[in-house]
Design a binder for this molecule. Structure first.
Ligand SMILES: [Zn+2]
Length: 157
């Protein structure tokens, strides 16, 4: 368990910066070679829309190293593409534990709950995503992300 020295949020030892405030993580260590290889395999499969193969690689990566954000984020996306919605949400919740400040994670949770017809949870996560766009250092275009989230909120009953 490592904490951001600046804001106190949880920071994964595999993340270079805090997901809330962007402060550098002095305890950062890159993943092992085997894990990186699996992540690359997963990404290749994901891009080719081979989601079962992608999920398999990301699951293996997560088993070797439970601290890597991308393993759970893309595992969730792969499972969701396979129609395994509840498992996808479970994986995305793990991604959120690793990067609690990620607007993309909150957004995806919102979209997944919407897909399952669970509007109340969808709204909670989308509103949280909207708030996180104010601080998330991983966003390239905070304004654009805000627009996307607002659009999605409008589609809820
Ligand atoms: Zn921080």
């Amino acid at each position: 368990m490592s904490q951001c020295r600046h804001c106190g949020a949880y920071v994964s030892p595999r993340d270079k910066v805090c997901s809330y405030c962007g402060a550098p993580n002095p305890h950062y260590q890159p993943p092992e070679k085997d894990v990186n290889r699996l992540l690359q395999q997963g990404l290749d499969a994901f891009r080719q829309e081979r989601y079962a193969a992608a999920a398999e690689s990301y699951q293996q990566a997560a088993a070797l190293d439970p601290d890597v954000f991308n393993s759970y984020f893309y595992l969730a996306a792969s499972l969701n593409a396979l129609g395994r919605e509840q498992e996808a949400i479970d994986a995305m919740r793990k991604a959120r534990q690793i990067r609690p400040g990620s607007a993309a994670v909150a957004y995806n949770l919102g979209v997944m709950y919407k897909g399952m017809g669970r509007a109340r949870e969808a709204r909670e996560h989308l509103e949280s995503a909207l708030q996180l766009t104010e601080t998330d250092p991983a966003l390239d275009d905070n304004k654009r992300m805000k627009q996307i989230i607002k659009q999605k909120l409008k589609t809820l009953p």
